[in-house]
Structures are given as C-alpha cells and as structure tokens.
Design a protein around this ligand. Structure first.
Ligand code: TXA
Ligand code: MG
Length: 356
C-alpha cells in the first residue's frame, strides 16, 4: 500500500516530515518533490533499500543514481578527492539544480553508482526535500520517480500513476517549480563535461570552470554512452514523437502538412507546442481541412521558456492520456533552460528531428 502525505511545499509540517524520514531511514521507499522533478528516495548506504528502487522503477542496474544530501557539509561523506573547483561550484549553486559527479567513497554501495567509481551528488533546494533529508540525516539515493523511460514526474499524481502500490509513501507537495531534471556536471573527466543540460546553464558554469564542455545529444547519439541513463530513448511517451525546431511560421507550415498526412493514414495526431506555434498552426490546419483531426497541447510560450520547462513532462503525459499515435512537438533553439527542453524532446524523439 502506498500512503500519500500531503505537505505544504513552503512550510512542511515538521512532525509529518519526521514520520516520513523514519520510514526512509528504516529502508523504505519515499517519493518526494524536489525543485526539478519528484525523486524516488531510499537510504543510499543501505544496499537492500537501494535495490528496491530498481525493482519499483523497472530500472536497469546499469543506470547510476544521484545521491541527495541535506547540506554541502556532507559532501566529503560520499565523495573523495573533492577539488577546489568542485567546492566552488557547490558553494555557488547548492542548494539547487546542479548534480556534481565526483570520485566516490567506498561507503557508497556499488548498486547506487551502477558499479562506477564515481558518484553523482546534489543538495536540493525544495523546502520539502531539504526538510526530509535533514530529518533523515542520511544520504538519499533518488532517481526520478517514474517507471523507467517514462517522462519524469512533476506532480504527485504522475508518481502515483507510475508507482502506486510499489512505494511506501508519496509526499504530495504540488507541482515542482523547475520541471526538468538537474544539470549533470562530470568533474572526473578533463575538461569537465555537462552530461545533461538543466536549469543551471553551461554559461553559468563556465564562469567558474572556463573549459567546461557539453555533450550534444544529436552528435553523440550513435556512440555508446558512458552513463546509460543518457540513452537516447528516454522521457518517451507511448506515441511516436517527432521534434520540429525552427521559426514559428516555418514550423507551423510543416506541421500542418504532416498532421494532414498522419490523419490521412488513419493516425491520431497530437501537437505539443508553445502558444505562438499553436496560434500559427490553427489557420493552416483549417485551410487543409485538418482542424478536427488533432489534439493540441499548449506547452508554455516562446516568450516564457521557464513556463515551457515546468509544463513539458505534464503535457507529454497528458497527450499520452489522449491515446494519440503520433506527437508533433515544437521547441525553439536556444541556450540555458531551452537547451534542457530541447535535450529532453530530442531524446523523446529518438533522433526524429525536423529542422525547418
Ligand atoms: O533533478 C534531478 O536530477 C532528479 C531529482 C530527483 O534530483 N533526479 C534525476 O535522477 O533526474 P535520474 O536517476 O532520473 O537521472 C540521473 C542520471 C542518471 O541517469 C545518469 O545518467 C546520471 O544521472 N548519473 C548519476 N550518477 C552518475 C555517475 N556516477 N556517472 C555518470 N552519470 C551519472
Ligand atoms: Mg530519470
């Protein structure tokens, strides 16, 4: 049985937090909100508890997990050879949406790191995550709280729809404020490498680590990935997704034609796009007589990419619930959070990207 505990995201009740923290300390599985997405937490130094995460998620044991800490002061508990640059980054971005990959200490079970000699560490800023980690007073291994390869959960209902009955507690703290997973920065390679873009931008990291590089999902897709969680097929809805990247009018023009083609072959189509794109698409669909044959889902606007990030996984899940066969998704090119959105959609598209 999964228990749902509803908590105020700003001021979680300390007594309830203590209760949930005890379950976590004793080896239970607890899903909780962070500022990025919901995580599925277990006592990171308890290999049996960690094994339960893999079981619940249907996650391959080759996929390493992020260890969450209450405070920057605990970094030396799980990592060693922590460089001055790592400490400077931690001081600048923690608590927050940056995961640092460092050399692990032997105390961290191999199950957490998929046998790697390194460990991903993050100090989340969400008041519920922070309070829970502080009360549990142990490092907490937590992947995103979705079934393996499903879109990450940004609300408690997403966690329940994937994991009800498989975890002990789900804390419902409302929608997560960022909506895409943390930036992953690998400091164990030279030069340092951003393995997953997130809300902490490459540009912001460059201020501290001038030689930082970033993996490009499209360039690297054919190569074996060192971190299997970065496989191209990820964040995937059930429907076949194609990503359109370009200016509003060109994207709308191309999408309208492709929607008509899909409808003509009997496929149910969904469009996931910023507000501006939907406005440009509507008259074109009408002109082609294809208006009634598509489900449209707004995903933020071109002018507000933070909103688009917050809405991304929810809108992918909502389109899946509409039982569409194909999804045509649009996103503009760009840096910062835009790079994170493009990365997730490119993975969901498994490389089907149309540049107009
Ligand atoms: O925002 C987030 O990072 C969320 C919240 C819950 O903190 N967590 C999250 O975890 O997205 P997950 O497991 O879905 O993604 C973590 C990814 C792994 O798939 C893997 O690619 C990478 O982090 N990772 C973790 N440890 C690593 C390591 N030692 N070396 C390389 N990559 C690692
Ligand atoms: Mg994940």
């Amino acid at each position: 049985m999964t228990r749902v505990v509803v908590l105020d995201p700003q001021h979680p009740d300390p007594a309830r937090i203590r209760e949930v923290a005890t379950v976590l300390r004793d080896g239970g599985l607890v899903a909780f909100p962070t500022e990025t997405v919901y995580g599925l937490g277990a006592h990171a130094l308890n290999a049996t508890a960690v094994a339960r995460i893999f079981e619940a998620k249907g996650r391959p044991p080759t996929d390493p997990m992020i260890v969450h800490l209450a405070s920057i002061d605990q970094i030396d508990l799980v990592a060693q050879a922590v460089t001055p640059a790592a400490r400077e980054l931690a001081a600048a971005f923690w608590p927050g949406a940056l995961t640092l990959i460092l050399e692990k200490r032997p105390i961290v079970p191999g199950a957490v790191t998929a046998g790697l000699p390194t460990v991903g560490i993050r100090v989340p800023s969400h008041p519920i995550a922070h309070a829970l980690l502080a009360a549990a007073d142990v490092p907490v291994a937590a992947p995103s709280a979705n079934r393996f390869s499903h879109p990450s959960p940004t609300r408690a209902e997403h966690v329940l729809s994937d994991l009800d009955g498989l975890v002990d507690i789900v804390i419902d703290g409302g929608a997560t404020p960022i909506g895409v997973e943390s930036t992953i920065l690998d400091l164990t390679v030279t030069p340092p490498l951003v393995r997953r873009p997130g809300s902490v931008s490459l540009e912001a990291i460059r201020d501290i680590v001038p030689d930082v590089r970033s993996v490009s999902v499209t360039v690297d897709r054919a190569r074996a990935q060192p971190a299997p969680g970065q496989l191209l097929r990820h964040y995937a809805p059930r429907a076949t997704l194609t990503l359109y990247v370009g200016k509003v009018d060109q994207v709308a023009e191309r999408m309208a034609r492709d929607v008509r083609t899909a409808a003509a072959s009997g496929l149910r189509a969904g469009v996931l796009a910023p507000e501006e794109d939907l406005l440009a698409l509507a008259p074109r669909l009408a002109a082609l007589g294809a208006s009634g044959r598509v489900v449209t889902m707004r995903c933020g606007s071109r002018g507000d990419r933070e909103e688009a990030a917050r809405e991304l996984f929810r809108s992918l899940r909502a389109l899946d619930a509409e039982a569409v066969d194909v999804i045509l998704a649009s996103a503009p090119d760009g840096e910062g959070i835009n790079a994170a959105i493009l990365d997730r959609l490119t993975r969901a598209a498994e490389g089907r990207v149309v540049r107009t």
